[in-house]
Each structure stands twice: as structure tokens, then as C-alpha cells.
Design a protein around this ligand. Structure first.
Ligand code: PLP
Length: 386
């Protein structure tokens, strides 16, 4: 038996990505240019929307989306607590208040009832997070948002490619923000994309992504452009490079093939764990519409003699890399101290955090590796079952 460690996550980079990146380096144009424009067009077409603005992270995309929506001081934005730092910090960038709400314990997506209950006269937007790559209940989220006149800015960092009742994530809310961070389902190293059907918001995000300048560098310096530009607002420096876009275009073309492999991993885990009383799996609405970015197991209360943290250490000793998604935002010192949250204020997020372990799921895993992870999890359970 091989005992080399199995990392929690690994990118899937082939000779095709390397060739495109090398061609970009040889082309003489390495920052935002024709490859970024092509990647934007291809991505927008893939999710079935009008505009895609490529940026250097999903965090940047979320910030630009909220800025385009006009969020500012005095406003409230509803964010699920069980998410990454980025989903709420962007609200703070604009001086607004993130209102942290609970998730459904069945699938860790935003609880529509909690969202509806959090709406006040100051609420201007909601940021649903498609946890692990399964879509939130978007019919209910969009209904609540529409009746309260809220912008819907989706955090789709886990959700490419994901579908909600046959419709692609990226074609539903006002702006959908994707991540191409190294561990995500497609990667550009670092990168992100803001997708929208609104012409005015797309233009605003494009302008604000590059210093609030009304033309981008490519148009300014290439033959068809000219030297003149105007600063219309104090913008940011969020543009994607052509090196990253070259990587992204190839990853985009390979997204289906990589998803098939993650789907096979998820099926193997579900087969291995579904009869195990100590493990609880997240409910899946439709197996084929899930991007399978994460695979989370939850330890069932009272079934094991070890804690979740000890379970993680046992897996580590067996060479299995894991992670936890997420430490809820309301437990972190900044949000606790600024807004006075206590742990019990967001109970389902707290419970999800205390019992969850994320297992390795990525397209370069072999079936032997997947079996070893599953076998190791069951071995830890069997040795510590009550
Ligand atoms: C990774 C992640 C982000 C941030 O993506 P970046 O591209 O690294 O900025 C935002 N939200 C969630 C839920 C994430 O997992």
C-alpha cells in the first residue's frame, strides 16, 4: 500500500494550459488584452449571460458588483455566516454593514426564511453563497429579494459549472461572481469574473476595475486606440492579465471533463459512506447540477468517542489532507467585536462548523486515491465508534 500523503486540493494543469501560457509570453502582450477579452466572451457564453468582466479575484468581482449596485454607508447587506472572509469583507470595503444570517443544516446554503427575517428598511442587497457547488434555493432568494427591492450579488466561488433547475449559475442574479483561485474548479492561479445582464453595471465594473479610467490599457495603446483617457471615479486595480486568461480559456474548455472526474469522486464517497451511522452527508438536490467543488462529511453527535478536531488529526496521521468550510464569520474576532455576535446567534452555521470535515475532491485524484481516503475515514470511524 502506498502511504504518500494525499493533499486536500491540487490544480489540474495539462500541456494544453502550458502551451497557451507560453504562447502568451511569446506574443509580446502579457497584461490585459486580447486573451482576456476572449476569455470574457467564452465565459459569458458558457453561463448564458451578456457581460463578463474578468478581474484578479472573486473578492474583487464581489467588491465591484456591490459598488456598481450603489452600496454605501448606512446600507445593510445580507450574507450567510458560513462562508469565506471575502463574502462579507467587501461589504465593509464600502462602509456598509454585513448582516450575518443562518444556513440550512441540510445543505449549508442560505436559509431563505432567515434571509427574509433579516430584511430591514436599510437592506439593499443579499449575497447568496452556493456552498460546495450546489445552488441555493434561488427561486425563493430571488422572490424575497424582488419584493424587498434588493440587489442579488451571488458568490459563485464554488459554483462553476453549477445549474439551478436547469439554469446555469451566472444567468440568475443581478451579478454573479466566480473565483479562479488555485483550488477552485477552474483556475487562473488567482482570478475572478463578474457576470451580469445589466449594461450599466457591466460598464461601471469595467471602469472601476482599472482606476476608474474610461478606456482600458489595451484600447489605449493598441493601434485602434489612442492616448486619451478620462478618470471618472477613484477606481481600483483589479484587471486580469492575459497570462492568467490564457490559462483560464483552456481550463474553461476542460471544465466538463474535470467535472466528470469530481462527480466520480463524489459518487465513490457517497457509496462508501451512505450506510455509515456516524457520518452525515449534505443533501443533494440534483446530482448532475452540482459542481462538486467540496465534499463535506459531518460527524453525527454521540456516535464517536473522538472530537471533530481529533478526527482530522487521525486522518492526517493516515496521510489524508482535509479542511473545514468554514469557521463561521460571526465567530471571528472582527465580526464578534464590531457587531456583538455570540456563537449561538447563528446556530445552524455553528453546528455545521463544529461537525464538518471537507475531504479531498479534485480531478487529478485516481480511483486508488479516492478509495484510500474513503477507507481511511471508515477506519477512523470503526476504531472510535461508541
Ligand atoms: C474562494 C472563495 C472566495 C474568494 O475567491 P478569490 O478568488 O480568492 O477572491 C469567495 N467566496 C468563497 C465562498 C470562496 O470559497
Amino acid at each position: 500500500m502506498t502511504t504518500s500523503p494525499i493533499p486536500f486540493a491540487l490544480p489540474d494543469i495539462t500541456e494544453r494550459e502550458k502551451a497557451e501560457v507560453a504562447a502568451t509570453l511569446d506574443s509580446g502582450w502579457i497584461t490585459t488584452g486580447p486573451r482576456t477579452k476572449a476569455f470574457e466572451r467564452e465565459f459569458a457564453a458558457t453561463v448564458g449571460n451578456t457581460h463578463a468582466v474578468a478581474v484578479n479575484s472573486c473578492t474583487a468581482a464581489l467588491h465591484l458588483a456591490l459598488e456598481a449596485a450603489g452600496i454605501g454607508p448606512g446600507d445593510e447587506v445580507i450574507v450567510p455566516s458560513l462562508t469565506f472572509a471575502a463574502s462579507a469583507e467587501v461589504v465593509r470595503y464600502l462602509g456598509a454593514r454585513p448582516v450575518l444570517v443562518d444556513v440550512l443544516s441540510s445543505n449549508h446554503n442560505i436559509d431563505p426564511a432567515a434571509m427574509a427575517a433579516a430584511v430591514t428598511s436599510r437592506t439593499r442587497a443579499v449575497i447568496p453563497v452556493h456552498f460546495a457547488g450546489q445552488a441555493c434555493d434561488m427561486d425563493r432568494v430571488l422572490d424575497i429579494a424582488r419584493s424587498a427591492n434588493l440587489a442579488v450579488i451571488e458568490d459563485a466561488a464554488h459554483a462553476f459549472p453549477t445549474f439551478y433547475r436547469g439554469r446555469a449559475i451566472g444567468s440568475l442574479g443581478d451579478v454573479t461572481c466566480f473565483s479562479f483561485y488555485a483550488t477552485k474548479t477552474i483556475t487562473t492561479g488567482e482570478g475572478g469574473m463578474a457576470v451580469t445582464a445589466r449594461d450599466d453595471w457591466a460598464e461601471r465594473m469595467r471602469v472601476m476595475s482599472l482606476h476608474g479610467i474610461s478606456k482600458d490599457a489595451w484600447k489605449r495603446y493598441s493601434a485602434e486606440g489612442n492616448w486619451y483617457y478620462e478618470i471618472v471615479a477613484p477606481g481600483f486595480k483589479y484587471n486580469m492579465t492575459d497570462i492568467a486568461a490564457a490559462l483560464g480559456s483552456v481550463q474553461l474548455r476542460r471544465a466538463g471533463e474535470m467535472l466528470e472526474k469530481r462527480r466520480a469522486v463524489s459518487r465513490a464517497y457517497i457509496d462508501a459512506f451512505s450506510d455509515c451511522d456516524a457520518l452525515e452527508l449534505l443533501q443533494v438536490r440534483d446530482f448532475d447540477e452540482h459542481s462538486w467543488h467540496l465534499f463535506v462529511i459531518k460527524l453525527r453527535e454521540g456516535t464517536l468517542r473522538i472530537t471533530r478536531n481529533e478526527f482530522i488529526l487521525e486522518l492526517k496521521a493516515l496521510g489524508i489532507g482535509t479542511s473545514v468550510h468554514f469557521i463561521p464569520l460571526h465567530l471571528h474576532p472582527y465580526y464578534r467585536e464590531t457587531y456583538g455576535y455570540s456563537p449561538e446567534d447563528v446556530p445552524a452555521a455553528l453546528d455545521a462548523y463544529e461537525r464538518s470535515i471537507s475531504l479531498p475532491i479534485y480531478s487529478t485524484m485516481t480511483s486508488t486515491t479516492v478509495e484510500r481516503v474513503a477507507w481511511s475515514v471508515l477506519d477512523v470511524v470503526n476504531r472510535h465508534q461508541r
